[in-house]
Design a protein around this ligand. Structure first.
Ligand code: URP
Ligand code: ZN
Ligand code: ZN
Ligand code: ZN
Length: 474
């Protein structure tokens, strides 16, 4: 199957130019001023940007949490992702104490295969460390293609791991080529503050934010960064929300440590006041770390611009307002944590970032796609438009103005945390490995067309970049 995308403006993390793209089977075969291939299907992309498909390095599909399960599974969640211009997700596989890491991955494979409509990889969450776990890690990296390991420093009694676990994983990751990810909040302090708030009769959603202060995030971020330095390892801090955490990442980076950070669109456009909405509406905005005071939005934009933070994840973790969020109507600690963002991540970053003049279009592509591919061992197969890369791309109309709403979104959840927000720009068609998933704003894919991606080890970045340059030159 051959397809030529004609006359589009190709935009990558480094270049912007008008050219034709020849797709053969699943890959980009060539890029040139003018491609004439008689047997190929022609796609006219005049007036559109042709960008690498988005890579969302932070999703939770079909994930059990707080006695319930996320509203989106790998089918509904990846369909929504595709509508939004994302062609790869990296989902968090949860492991159980006392069971093998391999069995956790098997569980996640059975949730995702035959369901996903776009490609997907896994990060593996680890909450205990023992000989069995340490012995399994090399095999998980080499054979299973899972090269990133997540440690929760919060959610005491559920997912929380202690510093010993974190440190030993950092050491193992250094040795075997993994990247350690942390949810950085001090879970012990939060446990103290939430218990105290409930004893004082403070049960409304706003207390979710007030009992998880930015200092608790800053402290955990700094601790993780220092343990990373001690282990001479590498760290990726997920969902960074505030000045206290950005400062810790910036300090570690200034000293030459490999500490990377992600933030999420919700922290750039919403703030803590949303949790104060009446009639328990504030419950829609409960996730962790919580929304912060508004001044942090500028701190986060500046950190993205200056490269202190590199990537944008959605932290997709959707729960319905009716029947799930409302489990915590009388007790904010019972509200399942998380929100629906996988569909809007790409467009929101384009609109708030590029359209509003905060970031360049290249910085945008870098944040929503290229950086995640590089950090998680998928580059240059994913994350760019170049000969040899997978034909994952978005035909994006930068002129459309629309309003985000639960009435029109495709996530399987009964509200949008971004309801009423206007965005400029829209993915019109989306291709995954050369096949349409979205064509003229309609889903035309099928469950199971997404493939599992084995990620390369951390540290092959420089080599892969060199390979990509050679591919483009030839
Ligand atoms: O509240 C959130 N973010 N839920 C998903 C789990 C996590 O902490 O990332
Ligand atoms: Zn988290
Ligand atoms: Zn998350
Ligand atoms: Zn405008």
């Amino acid at each position: 199957m051959k397809r030529v995308i004609k006359n589009g403006t190709i935009v990558t993390a480094s270049d912007k130019y008008v050219a034709d793209i020849l797709i053969e089977d699943e890959k980009i075969k060539s890029i040139s001023d003018q491609i004439d291939e008689p047997e190929a299907e022609i796609v006219d992309a005049s007036g559109y940007y042709v960008m690498p498909g988005g890579i969302d390095p932070h999703t939770h599909m079909d994930m059990p949490f707080g006695g319930t399960v996320t509203a989106d599974n790998f089918e509904t969640g990846t369909i929504a992702a595709a509508y939004g211009g994302t062609t790869t997700i990296i989902d968090f596989c949860l492991s159980d104490k006392g069971k093998s890491l391999k069995s956790a991955l098997e569980k996640w494979h059975s949730k995702s295969q035959d369901k996903a409509v776009i490609d997907y990889g896994f990060h593996l969450q680890i909450s205990e460390i023992n000989e069995d776990v340490l012995n399994e890690i090399p095999e998980i990296i080499e054979q299973e293609g899972v090269t990133s390991f997540k440690v929760f420093m919060a959610y005491k009694g559920v997912f929380q791991a202690d510093d010993e676990v974190l440190f030993k994983i950092l050491v193992a990751a250094k040795e075997h080529g993994g990247l350690v990810m942390v949810h950085a909040e001090n879970g012990d302090v939060i446990n103290y503050l939430t218990t105290k708030a409930l004893a004082e009769g403070k049960t409304d959603p706003i207390y979710h934010a007030l009992t998880r202060p930015p200092e608790a995030e800053g402290e955990a971020t700094g601790r993780a960064a220092k343990l990373t330095a001690l282990a001479d390892s590498q760290l990726y801090v997920v969902h960074v929300t505030c000045e206290e955490a950005v400062e810790q990442i910036a300090e570690a980076r200034s000293k030459g440590f490999r500490v990377y950070g992600e933030t999420c669109p919700q922290y750039l456009v919403l703030d803590q006041s949303y949790l104060e909405k009446a009639n328990f509406e504030g419950g829609k905005y409960v996730w962790s770390p919580p929304l912060r005071e508004k001044y942090n939005q500028e701190v986060l934009w500046n950190a993205l611009k200056s490269g202190q933070l590199q990537a944008i994840g959605s932290d997709q973790c959707s729960f319905n307002f009716n029947g799930q969020k409302d489990l915590g109507r009388d007790d904010f600690t019972k509200i399942p944590n998380g929100g629906p963002f996988v569909e809007d991540r790409f467009s929101l970053m384009y609109s708030e970032g590029v359209h509003k003049g905060r970031i360049s279009i290249h910085e945008f592509v870098d944040m929503v796609s290229t950086q995640a591919a590089k950090l998680f061992g998928l580059f240059p197969r994913k994350g760019t438009i170049a000969p040899g890369s997978d034909a994952d791309m978005v035909l994006f109309d930068p002129a459309v103005e629309r309003t985000i709403s639960a009435k029109t979104h495709h996530m399987n959840v009964d509200y949008s945390a971004l309801e009423g927000i206007k965005v400029i720009g829209e993915p019109v068609s989306v291709l995954s490995r050369g096949k349409y998933v979205i064509k003229d704003r309609q889903f035309v894919g099928r469950p199971g067309m997404g493939s599992y991606l084995k990620c390369n080890k951390f540290g092959l970045k420089a080599k892969d970049e060199a390979k990509a340059t050679t591919l483009i030159k030839n």
